[in-house]
Design a protein around this ligand. Structure first.
Ligand code: GLN
Length: 384
């Protein structure tokens, strides 16, 4: 049995969702929204299932969807990606796996930033890579230039960045992106950019991809997700965009992972990207309002939050809230005593984790958030 998998825990998201289901806790753990719902996209998928082909679509994705993705990035991020630079995947996790398998050779070093999404580390290992982990500065979640420089060696080949960042809900500072771009160019690195939260950046801020920085167009794999854009996380429709010589190799890795993605979902996502800009803006505004409501409620009951600028998530700082318990103990006690599930941030670290941060998903209906806040307020005196 492969020890990478044998010794691995079940992902914290699955584990917490399972416990929430078992105990009837309100699930503010795993990141999925319970609205808003995009009926046009869902109807388009039903129509396509009934009336269009249900056979293998092209391996790199339906031409309609590849064109819609390129066009969406032109409109929203002023990028010049062409349809033949897009490979459609079965979700962003598959895209990350395909990109690592395609690019990393055994013994190559891969720079990861911590906290890191739980799939990154095992996927780098499985691709034969050696993970070199750089900690974000925990006081501001920015990249420390010296820590970055120290992690680079002649064998470094890839950098994997999640921006906006899950779990902290922060967006990369432009100076940090510029530093990463210079680092990639100077060391001849390829950047794999997991930008699945790009449509969920709040307060009027504009997402800017590392791909748009000087020297990065030819050395970046930009990964996106329809699940996040349309709030349909179970659809598992994602994509990777890269210059043609990289895209060709990415497609070869994708062909042996999932080969294709259900065609009805691809048509529906293409229609959505082409016609739903207003809905996407509305959904963003709604999530931002949920963030504001939840953060205000959390602060009112005496918990301190870390500012969230993007994603579905906000973190509570236990230490600043006067709670001595560590994050895992707090999450366990919260499920039992408050009936609310959340995610301990230590699960996003491979070593030396901070243990004072807990992630909550605020992308829920107002009534659900209200109920969760009431339960927390009631149980909090017992959780200190
Ligand atoms: N991206 C989701 C989150 O951060 C989890 C997805 C999953 O469960 N694998 O909560």
């Amino acid at each position: 049995m492969n020890p990478i998998y044998r010794d691995m825990p079940t992902t914290i998201f699955e584990a917490m969702s399972m416990r929430a289901r078992e105990t009837g806790a309100i699930n503010l753990g795993q990141g999925f929204p319970d609205g808003p719902r995009n009926d046009l996209v869902i109807d388009a998928a039903c129509q396509a299932l009934q009336h269009r082909s249900n056979q293998y679509p092209p391996m790199v994705g339906l031409p309609e969807l590849r064109a819609a993705i390129a066009d969406w990035y032109r409109r929203h991020q002023q990028l010049d990606i062409t349809p033949d630079e897009v490979v459609v995947t079965s979700g962003a996790t598959e895209a990350i796996a395909a990109a690592l398998l395609a690019i990393v050779k055994p013994g190559d070093e891969v720079l990861l930033f911590q906290p890191l999404y739980d799939a990154y580390y095992p996927l780098v290992q499985r691709a034969g890579g050696i993970a070199r982990i750089v900690d974000f500065d925990r006081s501001c979640w920015r990249i420390d230039a010296q820590a970055l420089a120290d992690a680079i060696s002649p064998r470094t080949r890839v950098l994997l960045l999640n921006d906006p960042m899950n779990p902290m809900g922060t967006t990369a500072h432009p100076d940090d992106l510029a530093l990463l771009a210079r680092t990639c160019v100077d060391n001849d690195l390829i950047a794999i950019c997991d930008e699945v939260w790009e449509a969920l950046v709040y307060d009027g801020a504009q997402h800017r991809s590392l791909l748009s920085y000087p020297g990065m167009r030819e050395r970046t794999v930009k990964i996106g997700s329809a699940g996040k854009i349309f709030g349909l996380t179970g659809w598992k429709v994602g994509w990777m965009c890269a210059a043609p010589q990289i895209a060709r190799v990415l497609a070869k890795a994708h062909q042996f992972l999932t080969f294709t993605t259900p065609p009805n979902l691809q048509w529906a996502v293409a229609e959505g990207l082409n016609s739903q800009d207003d809905w996407i803006a509305m959904a963003r505004a709604q999530h931002q309002a949920s963030r504001d409501f939840f953060c205000a409620g959390v602060r009112q009951i005496g918990l301190a939050t870390v500012p969230s600028a993007a994603t579905y998530f906000v973190c509570v700082d236990l230490a600043l809230s006067g709670i001595a318990m560590d994050d895992m103990a707090f999450c366990n006690a919260m499920i039992k005593q408050a009936g609310v599930a959340a995610i301990p941030i230590s699960a996003f670290y491979s070593d030396a984790p901070p243990t004072h941060l807990v992630r909550f998903c605020f992308a829920k209906e107002r009534a659900t958030l209200e109920r969760a806040l009431e339960r927390l307020a009631e149980a909090l005196p017992r959780l200190k």
